[in-house]
Ligand binder design. Sequence first.
Ligand SMILES: [Zn+2]
Length: 110
Amino acid sequence: MASNKLKGVWVKQIALIAGSFLLGLVLTYYFGFIAGLSLNIIVLVGLVFYIRRSQQKALRNLGFSDEKAGGSFAPTESKISLKYVCMSCGSRVKGAKCATCGSQAKRATF
Ligand SMILES: [Zn+2]
């Protein structure tokens, strides 16, 4: 089953996090707080990169596309912006009032 593969990734991930936590404790014990902590952070950053890669691979194996695996759900922003046209002279209005005749009466156009 495909879900077993993903579950395996999770188990591996939890084991890695637990392992790195223990490693951090050991490093902190032997090298002192600052050195141990910074070493642990380096290890964790490396782990996160490794996990990301293996997770993406697993998701791709499940049939997800790269974008979905990457978690980029940014909506495709519509490029439609409202434009305004002066109601007095009919020219394009960019600011609060018409640059041509100074009228503040304007209507939205697409
Ligand atoms: Zn105008």
